[in-house]
Design a protein around this ligand. Structure first.
Ligand SMILES: NC(=O)c1ccc[n+]([C@@H]2O[C@H](COP(=O)([O-])OP(=O)(O)OC[C@H]3O[C@@H](n4cnc5c(N)ncnc54)[C@H](OP(=O)(O)O)[C@@H]3O)[C@@H](O)[C@H]2O)c1
Length: 203
């Protein structure tokens, strides 16, 4: 390869890398712009995935409504988020709404409280859920019922209560955090398999 050809190939490669980097940067900026000031509701924000999601959405400037049953844990998370204001974007003080997803009445009442926090909801992340390990023979039906109430009927009730406001505004997203157990059977997880399958049907 002569000198002219290698310079052309190198320029082409650098050009491609430049265009790709620019594309990634623009995509990142667009995502941030969309989430800046967006009202994001996260159920199960007191631990695990929900807690981590809260940190990410807070950092890009979303207005958070943190949900769970444990008000103390939600308060602790809100404090941590407030202390992490290193972000370049304008961040917002999160609101907290506590309720038990297994209680339909409480969930519907909580939906009204959630709507009052910022006037509307842009993104609902149905993340809260419980897990149970046991054989079918050893798992009392009350456990199956409790898992179904929390992991399926709770998110359904919350979604149905918030959906009319989204439909009226002609915008909104509902995210379902489910499980691979909705697709494959896992030993000792019989109680946890029905909700994700039903969630998939609903989605
Ligand atoms: N981690 C995994 O390996 C895995 C695998 C498959 C699927 N998932 C699914 O991913 C989601 C998050 O999992 P994770 O591991 O992050 O969960 P996690 O750490 O156990 O947290 C569960 C969250 O759900 C909330 N919650 C539980 N019962 C509730 C109820 N009755 N009403 C309202 N909130 C309730 C809890 O908050 P309070 O205690 O404050 O109410 C907690 O914040 C769950 O839906 C889970 O089924 C997780």
């Amino acid at each position: 390869m002569d000198c002219v050809t290698s310079t052309a190939v190198l320029s082409l490669l650098l050009g491609c890398v430049g265009v790709f980097s620019l594309f990634k940067l623009l995509r990142c900026l667009r995502m941030k712009a969309r989430l800046q000031d967006a009202v994001v509701v996260i159920t199960g924000a007191t631990s695990g995935l929900g807690r981590e999601c809260a940190k990410v959405f807070h950092a890009v400037g979303a207005k958070l409504v943190l949900c769970g049953r444990n008000r103390e844990a939600l308060g602790q998370l809100a404090k941590e988020l407030a202390a992490s204001r290193a972000s370049e974007v304008q961040t917002h003080t999160p609101r907290m709404v506590t309720f038990d997803l297994a209680d339909t009445g409480a969930t519907v009442a909580a939906a009204a409280e959630i709507l009052q926090c910022f006037g509307h909801v842009d993104v609902l992340i149905n993340n809260a859920g419980v897990s149970y390990r046991g054989t079918i023979l050893d798992t009392p039906v009350d456990v199956d019922r409790r898992v179904m109430e929390t992991n399926y009927f709770g998110p359904v009730a919350l979604t149905k209560a918030l959906l009319p406001s989204m439909v009226q505004r002609r915008r909104g997203h509902v995210v379902a955090i489910s499980s691979v157990q909705g697709k494959i059977s896992v030993p000792f997880r019989s109680a946890c398999e029905s909700p994700p399958r039903w969630v998939r049907c609903l989605s």
